[in-house]
Unconditional design. Sequence first.
Length: 89
Amino acid sequence: MSAFITSMFVLGLGTSLHCVSMCGPLVLTYAVKGEESGPWYRKITPNLAYQLAKMASYMVVGLLLGSIGSFIHLDALRPYVMYLAGAFM
């Protein structure tokens, strides 16, 4: 069990580089300019807008790739595609 937890921890550290390099600068731009005064909802509005836009863009990409994948039958290539996708995650 501890080997599993350790491997998941190391995997999380390795994949966090994507978030730091891609999402970090985007979040930093509105976090630095954030308002300290005012009502609570003004403080979370930029973060909420960013998170909703990120979810929407991931859903659109998933919808497009899923619809393309449903029309193309690549059963022979499926193991290789899964391995490649796993390598990028």
